[in-house]
Each structure stands twice: as C-alpha cells, then as structure tokens.
Design a protein around this ligand. Structure first.
Ligand code: GLA
Length: 733
C-alpha cells in the first residue's frame, strides 16, 4: 500500500514541511542559501510562506556578504544551524578551524534528498525503523565553498509518533584537513513566548532531580565534562511553555543519544528569540577531519507534546522501548533478581551465597546476581579491576559450579563486571601499564582508587573482550551488570599526535560503543544491565545496547520516589531497576516499612538487595507475597502506559499510575511521606482511563466509573505513620 508523504518541499515558498497527524516542522531556504527555522509544533495543514522572522534593520547585526539589504541579518532571523564566523553573534552550533587557522565558514544550501525509512549512524546508537514506511528522512546538504566542506543535516519524522530525530554530518571534500572545535547535533531558534527549561540534575546517589526554571536573557548551559552522561546532569532537557504541567500544555523534549560529554545550551536574545543547541560538549573536543573523510555527530530525539509533560514522556517511553532497544528482552517481562551487593559487599564465598540462593528460590525470586568481588584477588575496591578471572578462594570449585547450583534451583545467574577500569594492583597493569588513560610525565588522579582504560584503542578493547568472552564461554551466565565507577581524567591517548588529543573523549565513547556492539551481538541471550555507580550513565544511547540500567546506588524508598519520578521524565519504566534493601537504609539511615520499600521498588523493574537469610519469618512471608504480587503486575508496570500524578518535589505526597493498552486495568501507587496530626483530606484523580467503563477496586470490590475516577477522584485514607504506601488495583468489569 502506498503511504502518504511525511515530508514535502514547496518550490513556491522554498520550504520543507515535515508532518504527520500530530506535528509539523517547517524549515526554509532563505536569501543567501541560509536554512531558516519557520515553525515547530502542532500539525498545520500547509505553510503558506508568511511566518518569517520580521525583517528589521537591527543595529550592529551585520548583513549577508555583498548585500545591501540591511533588514536581513543572520544575527536576527530564526535559524536551523549556525556557524562561527558567519555574522551570527549568538551561540554557534558549529565551529570549524579551517586549514588557514581561521574560524570562518558559510554553509550555503546546495540540494536535498527525501527518502523512506531512516539511515543508521555508523558506530553510533540511534533510533531505528522496522518498516521503511514508518518514517521519512530529509537530508539537506549545505556547502562551504571555500573549504569544500559539506554539512549534511538529517531530519527523520516518524509517521505515528510525535517525534523528529536530527543529526549532522561533516564531509570534507576539500584538499586539506580541518578541525571541528564544536559540532552540535541539532540547533533550533524558537520565536517569542514565555518558556521554561527542565533539566535533570543531581549527584551520585541523588540522580535526575527535576529542575525547572524560566529561560531568561543570556545563555544557560547544562553539561557533562566527566566523560560520561553523569549523575550530575543528564543529557535530556525539555523546553516547556510556562503554563505547561504534567497534564496539559506544550513541551518539547530533547534527548541526546550519546553516553559521553554533552552540552545543552539554552539562550534568549534581546529580541525574544530562543536558541537551543544540543551536542557533544565542545569543551575538551577538537576533531580532525582529514581531506575526503567525514565526521558523524550523534542523534538528538525531539518529542513534541501538547498534552503536558506526561504526553512527552509517554511518546519518548514508547519510542525508546520500541525503536531504541534492540535486545531480545525488549518486550519481555524482566526477571525478579536478588543482588548480593548490599547483603555481603565483597565479603563472601560460594558457601556464604548458597543460602541466599536457597531463600531466593523459596521466595519465588528468579535470578541471583553476583556483584563486585568475584575476580582477581578482590576483597576491597583497591585491587584487581582488569583481571577478569575467578577468585578461587571464593569459588574453590569454579564459577560454573556456583552457576550450576543456581540453575539447579531454577534461578538464573547474573554477574557484575566493570570492564572499562584498571587497578594499579592488577596483572593487567603489571603487563600493560600503557592501557591506562594517563598523561605522560604526570601522575594520574585516582577515584575510588581506580583508573580508566583507554577503551578508544583497539588493543585495549580486544584484551577486555577476550577476558569477558572466556568467562561467558565457560560459565552459564544469563545476565550481566556492566558497571563504571568513576569519571574520566588524565585525558591522553598514546596512539594520537599532540594535534589530535582533543579526540580522546569522543574516541573513548566510540570505542565503548564498539565493544558493547560486539559483546551484545555475540551474546544476545544475556540480559545486559547498565550501571555507573548507580545511574551515572542512564541515557538513550546506552539503551541501544542494554535494555535496562541500575537507577541509583540510593535504595532508600523515600529518596527513590524523587529519583524514579525524575527518571521517568525521559526514560521508560522497563529501562530502570529498583531493589528493596534493608532498613534502616544504608545510604540515608532512614527506616521505612518493607511494604513501602516494596511499593517503590515494584514501580519499576523489581528486585531485592539484602541478605534474605537474615530476615524474620514474617518478613520472609511478606517477601513471598511481594514477589507473587509483582509477578501479577509486572507486565502492566513494565509495558503499560505510565503517568506521573503527584510530584514528590512539591509536597508531602507522590503518586504515579499505569494503565493497560486496552484500558481494562490500572495500577495506582500513592505515597504519603510524613504523617500529620489532623491531616488535610487527600484526593487522587486518575488519568488515561476509559470514561465509559466501570472499574472495580480489586481489593475492596467497590465500583467506580472511569469518568468518576478521572474527574471526581477518590479520597485517600488518612494514615498516621510516616512513609506510607498504597497500591490501588482497578479492573474494568
Ligand atoms: C557501583 C554499583 C553498585 C555495586 C558497586 C560494586 O556502585 O552501582 O550497585 O555494583 O558498584 O562495587
């Protein structure tokens, strides 16, 4: 069946219109062959050519070369991309150091192509299509005549998603090498209006706090310079109208598909125009593009919603789940794990772990994950990273013996690795000190007393790859937790000349992606989980290789409410994991009930992280019940439509809910944080239900209309204990 076009070029207005049922994005070729931004938002039928930025003689904003039109300035129009040295004094998206040392460039429209589907980006993660009618891609080529550089700007629009992806590529058709000092993956200028920027900031054990602030005059930068996505600033931002809330209003989410240094710049100029740019951080970046060579920048996902932040998150959740994750587990319910980290740390051997496995079996838990401390001679975190051989003292009969013990009890076996790291106290360092990231003649900086391997180099990757392969080929392993417990310093690669040391951090990420690609394709049956000291590398790019990630080293139920609420802004529920740990909590010292810990952890991919053998009989029984309950609800939690209802940052409550595709089932999680004497009455209004259906509260048998639950709401019971959790389960009759 022929499908309608999603992208049109109108010769009269010289504009490209990307559209589907929900959204329109219009860009045009303006005087001088400049690519201008014209419109982005709710679907319009046709662009008639009138929405150009007003032409005015703006003092001190220069004009096109050889032009006497003082009303047309690259400094004042809305643009799709800007270049250092072209007369636009706002933040540039691209800075090219030309062979003559200048930083001037003028990229002029040359031609375009429109094709079905979506091309892959070599060596980089990106969203994909499964059917070429699902999306169309526009490539607009712009050329800098002097250097013969082509700038290929790529836009893909999905047919049934409010999503456009963007990326850019530089192709050097000239005779001399150039250096890219900055290359944003996307830039957009938006017209007047009052807007907020929402970012996800935090720190170790406190990731992805939602931070919302007005965009005011000047430039605000969100970034990571740590070599990874970072706990401190996730590479997702949203630009929202000031009135937009969870349920209504316009918002655009910008998700950078990359796992290294990133920068999101948001500015407002004196004429009220907003400029947004997202890409690899130009700090510590300088990439040589040789003659006849090219550079591909990573992708940015743009998600438009006029149904508030929940609408944006839902579109993004579905896209990432269905068109970023490639793992065979992308639509499978994930196993309930018990992980031994907070139970034993590194103080274990097989005999100490076996009883935990036995308890797990008895409780219905489905996987045992062996965390840090099983390799080299590792009893603490000062040694052995890089030596991925089993520590015989802890597993005298070998790792396969323990794998058998677990499998004989019908559990799966998972194992922890930290492949990108090296300890000075390791055989790998003794044999290959040159594998470590280190600046010659300088003493490298430790962090957690460990150092980073230069994973950008093929021989380093091959070494780690073959060590991991030896474990996978000799042990029945069902799951791997891929950890990374420090950030990058001492940036220097021994295999690159001085002029190219600015490439090291991006080469690290490309090398990492190559290693991940190889291992995840060679071992597709392994369920891979990402981790970086908790959630330091949760990003859309990592999801291309690993369908789930450890959300945070903070397992405290109350702290997790905020962390999980914030994480859900940009990442699907099936992509982040949550474990019940002991009380008082090891990170915060807070005591919360097993029921509340369970409810918070059951709100994503569920597991336990405590010594099951130390629990009382009552607690063991409660765990059995939680496990059984989660098995009933996990399809809906992991793959239903998720909505945030009450933001824990705003007060004493937190709530979210899940609805099945057919709207026949809903689960609502509601938390009352601190107890109050004579509390205010509390109501909860649900969303996304079928107004015409009648729902039964499974626990009480009470009946409600879908419209009642959504518009009238329910009263929540008054509770007189701290950190209380309620789970409501509704089924349509
Ligand atoms: C990181 C992880 C933890 C645990 C430890 C082991 O902090 O986030 O879950 O695996 O490393 O060292």
């Amino acid at each position: 069946m022929t499908q309608s076009n999603l992208i049109d070029f109108d010769t009269k207005t010289q504009s490209f219109h990307l559209h589907n049922d929900d959204i329109s994005y219009v860009l045009g070729i303006e005087a001088g062959g400049v690519l201008a931004h014209l419109y982005y938002g709710q679907r319009i039928k046709q662009y008639h050519g009138h929405l150009k930025s007003p032409r005015l003689d703006r003092g001190f904003s220069g004009n096109l070369p050889k032009s006497s039109d003082r009303t047309y300035s690259l400094d004042a129009i809305l643009r799709e991309y800007s270049y250092e040295g072209d007369g636009d004094f706002r933040t540039p998206a691209l800075v090219v150091r030309q062979a003559d040392g200048s930083r001037s460039a003028f990229f002029k429209y040359q031609d375009y192509t429109i094709s079905d589907g979506k091309p892959t980006l070599a060596g980089l993660p990106a969203t994909y299509v499964v059917d070429e009618h699902e999306a169309q891609t526009l490539t607009v080529n712009l050329v800098d005549e002097v250097s013969q550089l082509t700038l290929a700007m790529r836009y893909t629009i999905y047919r049934q998603r409010p999503v456009i992806t963007r990326s850019v590529q530089i192709i050097n058709n000239g005779e001399q090498a150039v250096h890219l000092e900055k290359i944003a993956s996307m830039m957009i200028d938006l017209p007047v209006g009052e807007k907020d920027v929402i970012s996800l900031l935090g720190g170790h054990a406190n990731e992805r706090n939602i931070n919302r602030e007005p965009i005011t005059f000047g430039t605000k930068t969100f970034q990571s310079r740590r070599g990874t996505t970072s706990h401190h600033m996730n590479n997702f931002i949203a630009i929202a109208d000031t009135q937009t809330n969870e349920f209504k209003g316009e918002v655009v989410g910008l998700s950078f598909v990359y796992s290294g240094n990133h920068k999101e710049e948001v500015s407002k100029d004196p004429y009220g125009t907003y400029r947004i740019a997202v890409g690899i951080n130009d700090d510590q970046f300088d990439w040589e593009v040789a003659a006849k060579d090219s550079f591909q920048a990573p992708e940015v996902i743009m998600t438009y919603s006029n149904t508030g932040l929940n609408g944006m998150s839902q579109a993004l959740h579905n896209l990432l789940q269905q068109r970023m994750v490639r793992s065979k587990y992308k639509n499978s319910v994930r196993p309930i794990v018990v992980n031994n980290w907070e139970a034993t740390f590194m103080d274990f051997d097989e005999a100490r772990l076996q009883p935990i496995v036995d308890e797990a079996k008895d409780m219905g838990i489905e996987m045992f994950v062996l965390d840090d401390g099983w390799f080299g001679h590792r009893d603490d975190d000062n040694t052995s990273l890089g030596d991925w051989q089993v520590l015989a003292k802890k597993f005298p009969q070998g790792l396969q013996h323990f794998a058998n013990y677990i499998h004989e009890r019908d559990l799966q076996f998972g194992i922890w690795f930290e492949p990108e790291m090296i300890s000075i106290d390791s055989d790998l360092y003794k044999n290959h000190p040159e594998y470590m990231l280190k600046v010659p003649n300088r003493t490298p900086s430790p962090s957690r007393n460990q150092f980073v391997l230069d994973i950008g180099r093929p021989e380093v990757r091959e070494n780690i790859h073959s060590q991991m392969k030896a474990i996978f080929d000799n042990t029945d392993i069902d799951y791997v937790k891929w950890d990374m417990n420090r950030n990058l310093t001492d940036i220097y690669a021994t295999d690159l000349p001085a002029s190219r040391q600015g490439e090291v951090m991006h080469r690290y990420v490309l090398g990492l992606y190559q290693l991940l690609e190889e291992l995840t394709t060679e071992y597709p049956d392994i369920l891979w989980e990402g981790c970086s000291g908790g959630g330091g590398r949760i990003d859309a790019g990592f999801m291309y290789y690993m369908p789930q990630s450890w959300t945070s080293d903070n397992t405290d139920a109350v702290a997790r409410m905020k962390i999980q609420y914030g994480t859900s802004l940009a990442y699907p529920i099936s992509s982040f994991t949550s474990h019940v740990s002991e009380a008082p909590n090891q990170q915060t010292g807070r005591y919360t009930s097993l029921q509340t810990r369970g409810a918070v952890a059951m709100s994503s991919v569920f597991g336990y992280e405590l010594d099951l053998t130390q629990m009382t009989d009552d607690e063991k029984q409660a765990v059995k019940e939680q496990v059984a309950q989660y098995k009933q609800m996990r399809q809906l939690v992991q793959y239903g439509q998720y909505s945030r209802l009450i933001d824990p940052n705003e007060g004493n409550r937190c709530a979210w809910m899940f609805v099945s595709d057919d709207k026949n089932e809903a689960l609502v999680f509601s938390f009352n944080i601190l107890s109050q004497a004579q509390p205010e009455n509390k109501m909860l209004k649900l969303v996304d239900l079928d107004a015409d259906k009648v729902y039964e509260d499974v626990a009480t048998g009470d009946e409600f209309g879908g419209d009642e639950l959504m518009h009238a709401g329910i009263y929540e019971p008054a509770v007189f204990s701290d950190f209380n959790a309620m789970i409501y389960h509704y089924k349509a009759k």
